[in-house]
Design a protein around this ligand. Structure first.
Ligand SMILES: Cc1cc2nc3c(=O)[nH]c(=O)nc-3n(C[C@H](O)[C@H](O)[C@H](O)COP(=O)(O)O)c2cc1C
Length: 147
């Protein structure tokens, strides 16, 4: 199995980080290399993406949209693709957190569909605690690692 990168933005409460870590834990059970990248700490580089055989992408809902740093990743991927870099077609798992809205899901899935083959169902973490979302992300990480 190749490397998996779990790319997420988390800033306010760590809600998205928690489920990103659960997904990474699930993915690690297959003994492969897993790297977590918080886009609030650093920008994803082309080399990060090229070195991964699968990706997971997570964001909080910001005004019904992905966080700006996740939008930047999709903007960068568009430009890398136009520059002829092979960034398309990898398996990808998706997850998001929100404070009661959650309409980001549609946008996240739409952006991801331009570049990736989605694995499993998008995991939602609502405002009522994250235990269920953590379990689902753990399972999604295992599923992604099998691809
Ligand atoms: C700038 C900003 C905008 C937000 N907009 C929304 C929103 O439109 N709908 C919603 O449900 N939650 C919204 N939230 C709440 C976050 O999505 C929610 O608290 C999320 O779990 C935070 O993730 P984090 O703790 O990983 O940063 C917003 C939070 C921030 C900071």
């Amino acid at each position: 199995m190749g490397k998996i990168i779990v790319v997420y933005h988390s800033q306010q409460f760590g809600n998205t980080r928690e489920i990103a870590e659960a997904l990474a834990e699930g993915a690690r059970e297959s003994d492969g290399e897993v790297e977590l990248i918080n886009t609030n700490e650093r920008r994803v580089r082309l080399e990060d993406l090229l070195s991964a055989s699968a990706v997971a992408i997570g964001t909080p809902d910001y005004y019904g949209y992905p966080a700006g740093t996740i939008k930047t990743l999709f903007d960068d991927m568009y430009l890398w693709d136009k520059a002829g870099e092979p960034v398309k077609g990898k398996p990808a798992a998706l997850f998001y957190s929100h404070g009661g809205g959650g309409t980001v899901r549609k946008v996240l899935e739409k952006f991801a569909a331009r570049f990736f083959e989605q694995v499993g169902k998008t995991v939602e973490r609502g405002p009522q605690g994250g235990q269920d979302a953590k379990k689902k992300c753990l399972a999604l990480g295992k599923e992604l690692a099998k691809k």
